[in-house]
Design a protein around this ligand. Structure first.
Ligand SMILES: Nc1ncnc2c1ncn2[C@@H]1O[C@H](COP(=O)(O)OP(=O)(O)OP(=O)(O)O)[C@@H](O)[C@H]1O
Length: 316
C-alpha cells in the first residue's frame, strides 16, 4: 500500500477572471519509507495539492489517500497518519511552546506524551523555549514549533510545505538532520521546496508540477541528468542593475526579478546564445532570494523544453 496516493486530483478555484484550474488530473503514488520531493515554480499548485492531502481543501474531482485511508471519506483516520508542517506561521499567541504541543497531542487523542515532547524540543533546539509564549518567539523558532506540532502524534507520513523558505542555514541543517533521521527510522517524507539543491540532497524521487500538472516524475538522479530536465540553478547575491532589468523584460516572460547577479545571468545567456537558442525563449523564474531557476525553451523545436546548456562551458 502506498504511503500517499493522488488519483486524478483536479482543483478549480473561482476567481474574478473566471475559473482557475490550480490542479489538472494529478496522479502519482509515494511509497512507504520514501523521501519524496515536490518541486515547481510559484503558482504550480504545490500548496493546493498539500492542502487537499491534509483535508484543508476539497478536490473538484479525484482523491487523495494516506496509507489506504481516503482523506475525504475517512478524514480522521487519514489525518492521524499524517504530520503536516504548513507554510504559514499561524499560532495562538497566548500559549507557551509546551502548551501548544500538549494541545496538539490532545487533538490527536495522544495522552502522556511528555517524553516525546521533550525529545522533540531537544532535537529541534527548542528546549530552552518550552515555557516561552508563542508570541515571544522569532520566525525561525516558530517554524521549529510548527515542525514539532506536526510530529507530536508520531505520524508515519510527514509532509513539509516549503519548511526552509526564508530560514537561516543553521535551522535548515537542524531541520534536515532531524527529518532525515525520522526518514531512516521508516517515516515517509513528502517535501515541497524551491531549493533544487535541497531536493537533490534529500529526496530519492522528485515530481515536478507546472501549471497544475505533473511534468516530470523520476528518481532524482535520473531527473538531474535527463535531457528533458530543463531547469538550471545558480547562485545570485548582488542586485540586478537597472539596464539588465530592461533587457530582461524584452523577453516578456520573466515573472519576477529578485536580487540577481547580473554577471552570472549574462554569462549564462551567452551560453544559451552559443547553443543557438534565442534569448527571447529564456524564462527566469524567481525561486528564492538565493537561487534562480531558468527554463530554456526552443522555438525551433516547436516550443518544447530542451536541456539547459551547462554553465561550465561559459566564459567567466
Ligand atoms: N484559495 C484560493 N482561491 C483562488 N485561487 C487560489 C487559491 N489558492 C491557490 N489559488 C491559485 O491556485 C494556483 C496554485 O497555487 P498554489 O499556492 O497551490 O501554488 P504553489 O505551487 O504552492 O505556489 P508557491 O510556490 O508560490 O507557494 C495559483 O494560481 C493560486 O493563485
Amino acid at each position: 500500500m502506498p504511503a500517499i496516493s493522488f488519483q486524478s486530483v483536479s482543483k478549480t478555484f473561482a476567481s474574478p477572471r473566471g475559473p482557475l484550474q490550480a490542479l489538472d488530473g494529478v496522479s502519482f503514488d509515494i511509497q512507504q519509507g520514501e523521501f519524496f520531493g515536490l518541486l515547481g515554480p510559484n503558482g504550480a499548485g504545490k500548496t493546493t495539492l498539500i492542502s487537499i492531502l491534509a483535508g484543508l481543501a476539497r478536490p473538484t474531482s479525484g482523491k487523495a489517500m494516506v496509507l489506504g485511508s481516503d482523506v475525504q471519506s475517512d478524514y480522521r483516520q487519514a489525518r492521524r497518519k499524517l504530520g503536516v508542517v504548513p507554510q504559514e506561521l499561524v499560532f495562538d499567541p497566548f500559549f507557551t511552546v509546551r502548551e501548544a504541543l500538549r494541545i496538539q497531542s490532545g487533538y490527536f487523542g495522544v495522552k502522556n506524551n511528555d517524553a516525546w515532547i521533550d525529545e522533540l524540543l531537544e532535537s529541534l533546539g527548542l528546549a530552552d523555549k518550552a515555557s516561552s509564549n508563542m508570541r515571544q518567539l522569532s520566525g525561525g523558532m516558530k517554524r521549529r514549533v510548527l515542525v514539532a506540532q506536526a510530529l507530536v502524534h508520531k505520524p508515519p507520513v510527514i509532509v513539509l510545505d516549503e519548511p526552509t523558505a526564508g530560514v537561516d542555514v543553521e535551522l535548515r541543517q537542524t531541520l534536515w538532520q532531524f527529518i532525515a533521521k525520522l526518514n531512516k527510522q521508516g517515516h515517509t517524507v513528502l517535501l515541497t521546496t524551491h531549493y533544487l539543491e535541497e531536493a537533490e540532497a534529500l529526496c530519492s524521487r522528485i515530481a515536478m508540477l507546472k501549471a497544475g500538472r505533473v511534468v516530470a516524475l523520476e528518481r532524482t538522479s535520473e531527473l538531474l541528468k535527463s535531457a528533458s530536465s530543463n531547469v538550471l540553478r545558480f547562485k545570485i547575491d548582488s542586485p540586478l542593475p537597472a539596464e539588465f532589468e530592461g533587457k530582461a523584460r524584452v523577453t516578456g516572460r520573466i515573472v519576477q526579478l529578485p536580487a540577481h547577479d547580473a554577471h552570472e545571468i549574462e554569462r549564462y545567456l551567452a551560453v544559451i546564445r552559443q547553443a543557438g537558442l534565442r534569448v527571447e525563449d529564456v524564462e527566469i523564474r524567481k525561486a528564492d532570494l538565493e537561487d534562480v531557476f531558468i527554463d530554456v525553451m526552443s522555438a525551433d523545436r516547436g516550443g518544447k523544453a530542451v536541456a539547459a546548456p551547462s554553465l561550465e562551458a561559459a566564459p567567466s
